[in-house]
Design a protein around this ligand. Structure first.
Ligand code: NAD
Length: 434
């Protein structure tokens, strides 16, 4: 074999290893376990998801064809309460990705100290190729396939990439039809008219903003006058974060999504951009003419105060971590930074607010929605936003205290230590059945 071909294959193997989310979740887990001297038996439990379902199911398409789709639901751990985690529709979603996302949910719910375990689901599909009708059929059949795993006391799904309140309404309806009564609290992130919580749609982006504000305050930077921000991803998380930061005086100088990027050193008019995306194909920013065009990969090297990856996993990796010059990275997405990139960022002195803290606003307001549904008693938006802020600010400071206590190098390790302590304590209190 030629030397260059050999090198290319080696590079591909290294890249695949670096970007396997489950490998990365295990690396993060082992690192934190060492820092807190976690019992090896407990560590072993947490290295394995409790339940994994792989399902194939038929869906009748608009033209009469029947297509078979593959779906997953993974429950990582339920020591602290029912499992909780979103459903992702994506062409490349696979079991390792869903396992990692489920584990990150276990840690996230523990970091913010809400009584849940971690789960996640996914369906392999390209939503841009499906009609609204096909998406509904797919959602119903997927819900049916996982119906014995979910329930308000068991496992409560929510939206994630390419799923939304309308999809959650269909999931709730399918579950309710089969059980024979209306069960609001089987999913969260529902439309407000159907038992959804006020403030849930914005909650993840709002949480990203709240944790950024706390971190900037620690660095003696005032939020947000003149703070320069670059955002990757302009879906639920990225666009809501952008809008809140913009309203608070932040200067969003660049935004990218799957289809392209826009850049304006003086700051992009975010309400304008939102208006544009509400009408554009795939709700994309591509073609927005009131800012300069930006190549997608250029977002990482821009001279900004804050870089917010709000798209998907593995976006900050060995190939671009060195180029980053932001002072702070706030992870709206799950798993956007690989462990190897984390090491580079530590060397460069760039602080990262980890996903399991920064984007925990979504699951926190999902928790409020679940409680409201169970009690059939609904809160106003101020109550929701105040309770969210209280939890996230407290969690931010608890993570910082743990960083000092265990003398760990990153906020990610600190958040992992805090979560592991809580999950391990629950496992020990419950004991091993039988
Ligand atoms: P979404 O589907 O609403 O939006 C995703 C955005 O990212 C879109 O703008 C898409 O074009 C863009 N994108 C996808 N891949 C990209 C790529 N390779 N490069 C550039 N842009 C890309 O999804 P969302 O709900 O906003 O979720 C985004 C991330 O946040 C995911 O990692 C998700 O797991 C995480 N998250 C979401 C929530 C929530 O409440 N929705 C909560 C916590 C974490």
């Amino acid at each position: 074999m030629e030397k260059t071909t050999k090198k290319r294959i080696q590079k591909t193997i290294i890249k695949e290893h670096e970007t396997n989310p489950w490998n990365n979740a295990i690396i993060q887990l082992e690192k934190a376990a060492t820092s807190i001297s976690l019992d090896k038996n407990v560590l072993n439990i947490l290295k394995h998801p409790v339940r994994v379902l792989i399902t194939s199911f038929p869906v009748r398409m608009d033209d009469g064809r029947i297509e078979v789709f593959k779906g997953f639901r993974v429950q990582h751990n339920m020591a602290r309460g029912p499992c909780k985690g979103g459903i992702r529709f994506a062409p490349d979603v696979d079991l390792d990705e869903v396992k990692a996302l489920a584990a990150w949910m276990t840690w996230k719910t523990a970091v913010v100290n809400i009584p849940y375990g971690g789960a996640k689901g996914g369906v392999v599909c390209d939503p841009t190729l499906l009609s609204e009708n096909e998406k509904k059929h797919l959602t119903r059949r997927y819900t049916y396939s996982i119906i014995n795993m979910i329930g308000p006391n068991q496992d409560i799904p929510a939206p994630d990439m390419n799923t939304n309140p309308e999809i959650m309404a269909i999931m709730m309806d399918t579950y309710s039809m089969i059980r024979g009564y209306t069960q609001l609290s089987v999913v969260t992130g529902k439309p407000v008219e159907l038992g959804g919580s006020l403030g849930r749609t914005e909650a993840t982006g709002r949480g990203v903003f709240i944790t950024m504000e706390e971190a900037l305050r620690q660095q003696n930077l005032r939020c947000c006058d003149g703070i320069k921000i670059a955002i990757q991803g302009f879906g639920n998380v990225g666009s809501n974060f952008a809008n809140i930061a913009y309203q608070r005086g932040g200067r969003i100088i660049a935004v990218t999504d799957l289809y392209g990027g826009v850049y304006d050193p003086d700051g992009i008019n975010i309400p304008h951009l939102l208006e544009y995306t509400s009408k554009s194909q795939y709700h994309s920013i591509k073609g927005y003419s009131d800012a300069n065009e930006l190549e997608k990969h250029e977002i990482f090297a821009l001279p900004v105060d804050v870089l917010a990856p709000c798209a998907t996993q593995n976006q900050i990796n060995v190939s671009n971590a060195d180029d980053i010059s932001a002072k702070l990275i706030v992870e709206g997405a799950n798993g956007p930074t690989t462990p190897k990139a984390d090491e580079i960022l530590v060397e460069k002195g760039i602080e990262v607010i980890p996903d399991i803290l920064a984007n925990a606003g979504g699951v926190t307001v999902s928790y409020f929605e679940w409680v409201q549904g169970l009690q059939s008693f609904f809160w106003n938006e101020t109550q929701v936003n105040n309770a969210l802020k209280e939890i996230l600010v407290r969690s931010f400071h608890e993570v910082n205290q743990v960083k000092t206590k265990y003398n760990v190098d990153t906020l990610r390790s600190a958040a992992m230590c805090l979560a592991l302590k809580r999950v391990a304590h629950a496992i020990n209190l419950r004991g091993i059945f039988p």
